[in-house]
Design a protein around this ligand. Structure first.
Ligand SMILES: [Zn+2]
Length: 129
């Protein structure tokens, strides 16, 4: 393989991950990547790129917990130390905030992860179950 052929097959990582974060197809950036909340489409409805073999498994959930946990745990301590709110007020705000942030991040991190996999051609074979 020459260098030129290698370049032709190289996919840019950043745009693919950004398209995935926007929940768009990593190839064209226009078609929707997901159907419903988290299911990956079999093919892109715009460019027909095959997406059915993209599997993020529990990677997005891991990243979501990592990010939300590292944001919310110190924030909880800061809010508690600074204002000492009523326990039910503190619980209600942080329960809603944590769930909302997790639901916001999960499909976007899944898209970004699939964008990375797509760019690096890390998907498995099409017929592997
Ligand atoms: Zn597409």
């Amino acid at each position: 393989m020459t260098d030129q052929q290698h370049d032709a097959q190289t996919r840019a990582v950043k745009p693919a991950m950004w398209n995935g974060w926007r929940r768009k197809c990593p190839n064209c950036g226009n078609g929707p990547l997901l159907s419903g909340y988290l299911s990956v489409r079999d093919t892109c409805p715009v460019c027909r790129e095959e997406l059915h073999h993209q599997r993020a498994d529990d990677g997005p959930a891991y990243l979501t917990i990592l990010i939300v946990g590292h944001l919310m745990a110190p924030l909880l301590l800061i809010v508690f130390e600074a204002w000492r709110p009523e326990p039910m007020v503190l619980f209600t705000i942080f329960a809603i905030g944590t769930v909302a942030l997790s639901l916001y991040l999960l499909p976007r991190l899944k898209g970004a992860m699939i964008g990375l996999q797509w760019a690096k051609r890390m998907h498995g074979f099409a017929n592997s179950a």
